[in-house]
Design a protein around this ligand. Structure first.
Ligand SMILES: [Zn+2]
Length: 312
């Protein structure tokens, strides 16, 4: 391997700066500094100054993602909050607006701009993990419609220079994913579990990691657990002795599951004393960044029939 003088970190450590995977790019960064010449993230050059939706607008230094005000904004990478502003009105337009700025271990910064009034959910000096919700979006500052302006900056000779994470393929997975997302794959019993009252059975469910972060069984921000849902974190009548808590059936079975891998969650279901039909809903949770989108898990629940008779 050739030695390199470049201090640039591995090109696999950024995720998208929000949690809703349905949000798309409105305008990317202009990688040509000349007025009237636009170089978009795909490499296409435009000799004009009109905005090109999905690609670029002239002199744009960051990435715009259209989203309703009060949408969750997530740290794209772990780091420390170095500055913020949240005193402007959510729709107060002008040169200055609300923002959060995070410094990363390699000296680069990410900037989250146009936030809502009091939209910073972190404080200066606070450590954040990738995927952690750090702010609520708005349309403050130089803004013509609600969106997040996300910008990656690197220090060059004492000044900050914008970097295009899309053209540089700096996302965890091309063309970029939100940090934490999962898709239902299958389970030990896809129909109704029939359990004799006060008996315990074992159930497992497989989810694919369709997000951009590696799931961990242990650890802090990336630890994934299965929790009770509707409402979140409700004590379950089906708690078995292997559950870590009344609302946590289990943590992830394997030590880690990378993006595109499948992770299994195995847990006991202990039937209550009262016979009847039940339905128990579950969702995944990443510590520090919160619950997954339950609808995208297929609205995962286990139908359970508790019988007073003998189970065949
Ligand atoms: Zn912008």
């Amino acid at each position: 391997m050739l030695a390199t003088s470049s201090p640039v970190a591995a090109a696999d450590d950024f995720t998208l700066p929000f949690l809703n995977p349905a949000i798309t790019l409105s305008y990317g960064m202009d990688r040509d500094s000349r007025i009237g010449v636009q170089l978009d993230w795909t490499g296409q050059v435009w000799f004009d100054s009109v905005p090109h939706l999905g690609r670029v607008y002239d002199q744009h230094t960051g990435l715009d993602y259209g989203m309703p005000v009060q949408t969750s904004v997530a740290a794209a990478r772990s780091g420390t909050v170095v500055s913020l502003e949240e005193g402007f009105g959510t729709n107060q337009h002008g040169d200055y607006g609300n923002y959060v700025r995070v410094r990363h271990a390699d000296g680069r910064d990410t900037l989250y701009y146009h936030l809502a009034q009091q939209g910073a959910l972190v404080s200066v000096g606070q450590s954040v993990v990738a995927g952690q919700v750090i702010a609520k979006s708005g349309c403050s500052g130089n803004c013509t419609g609600p969106h997040l302006h996300f910008e990656l900056l690197r220090p060059v000779s004492g000044a900050w220079q914008s970097v295009d994470p899309m053209a540089g393929h700096l996302w965890t997975t091309w063309p970029g994913r939100v940090a934490f997302l999962a898709a239902y794959v299958g389970e030990s019993n896809g129909s109704t579990e029939v359990i004799k009252r006060l008996a315990t059975i074992t159930h497992w469910v497989d989810f694919r990691n369709t997000g951009g972060r590696t799931w961990l069984r242990d650890g802090s921000g990336d630890r994934i657990l299965l929790g009770t849902w509707n409402p979140a974190g409700r004590a379950s009548v089906f708690r078995a002795t292997d559950w870590p808590a009344t609302w946590i059936p289990t943590y992830l079975d394997p030590a880690s599951v990378p993006p595109d891998g499948v992770g299994r969650f195995t847990f006991g279901l202990h039937a209550p004393a009262t016979a009847g039909s039940y339905s128990e809903a579950f969702n995944l949770d990443a510590s520090l960044s919160g619950w997954f989108d339950w609808a995208r898990l297929g609205g995962f629940y286990v139908p359970i029939y508790v019988t007073s008779g003998q189970v065949q």
